[in-house]
Design a protein around this ligand. Structure first.
Ligand code: KIV
Length: 278
């Protein structure tokens, strides 16, 4: 049950139907206050495992747990009513076996009410996509720069820059489409490759550092709000400086407490109003 039960939430088939019609607009959210603000404007909200780095200040996304992702997904679903909520499968919770993937994906959806899961991986993970989709779990595939592969990639680096690498990523995206993925995230890849995949697939592509031609775009919300650690990826753009607003409010609050101008009796309980005020 959502906060506004009269509003219809976007479904996975509705997202798929946007290909060739309207751009799919998506951002990440991990907590209710942010999700609530984004919801009216988003087709999709991703509860990304990027929360490991963005929300928990970890060096990479590898150690976020299934339980943490489930808790974040639950908060986002509870505080939204419009966007389709997709949740990331964390590292190590789906690569071991098809059964492990199903068990953990089912837990994420059942415990949070999210509509779909996202998983990272090339064509080797297409079998997992097929297994989940056949059992009622919509899958958003994620290819190209895959943060869970940071150790094999040797860092967070753009992918598909050589012809051979581009061909591999192209085939990865095709493999997930054939396996039944409803869409594919293309992260940090050469622009011509992003365009080519978008033109070739019949399912939507969601770009993040891929191509303006992708069927949709996604970014990490904190990167566009000035709430990150100061490093803004090449593919992101600051659309507001919420960090500056927070600093301003925090500084004003601190001064008010220190100089005694806050709180006043108006902020207290059990205070009798004087005659002239009633
Ligand atoms: O974890 C995440 O936030 C993501 C998006 C940036 C695509 O995977």
């Amino acid at each position: 049950m959502s906060v506004h039960s009269d509003v219809k939430r976007r479904t996975v088939p509705q997202l798929m139907a946007l290909k060739g019609d309207k751009k799919i607009v998506s951002l990440t959210a991990y907590i209710a206050p942010i999700a609530r603000q984004l919801d009216p404007y988003m087709d999709m909200i991703l509860v990304g495992d990027s929360t490991a780095m963005v929300g928990y200040a970890m060096d990479d996304t590898l150690s976020i747990t299934l339980e943490q992702m489930a808790a974040h997904a639950k908060a986002v679903v509870r505080s939204t009513a419009h966007a389709c909520v997709v949740v990331d499968m964390p590292f190590g919770t789906y690569q071991e076996s098809l059964q492990q993937a199903f068990k953990n994906a089912a837990y994420l959806l059942a415990s949070s009410g999210a509509s779909a899961i996202k998983l990272e991986g090339g064509d080797v993970m297409a079998e997992t996509t097929r297994f989940l989709v056949d059992r009622g779990i919509p899958v958003l595939a994620h290819v190209g720069l895959m943060p869970q592969y940071v150790n094999t990639m040797g860092g967070f680096k753009a992918q598909g820059l050589s012809d051979a690498a581009a061909e591999r990523i192209y085939n990865d995206a095709l493999a997930h489409q054939s396996a039944g993925a409803f869409a594919v995230v293309l992260e940090g890849i050469a622009e011509p490759l992003g365009r080519r995949i978008t033109e070739s697939l019949h399912i939507p592509t969601i770009g993040i550092g891929a191509s303006p031609e992708c069927d949709g775009q996604i970014l990490v919300t904190e990167d566009i709000l000035g709430l990150g650690d100061g490093r803004i990826p090449k593919f992101a753009k600051p659309f507001a400086d919420v960090g500056a607003l927070i600093r301003e409010a925090a500084s004003e609050y601190a001064s008010s407490v220190r100089d005694g101008s806050f709180p006043t009796l108006d902020h207290c309980f059990g205070v009798k109003k004087r005659q002239s005020e009633s």
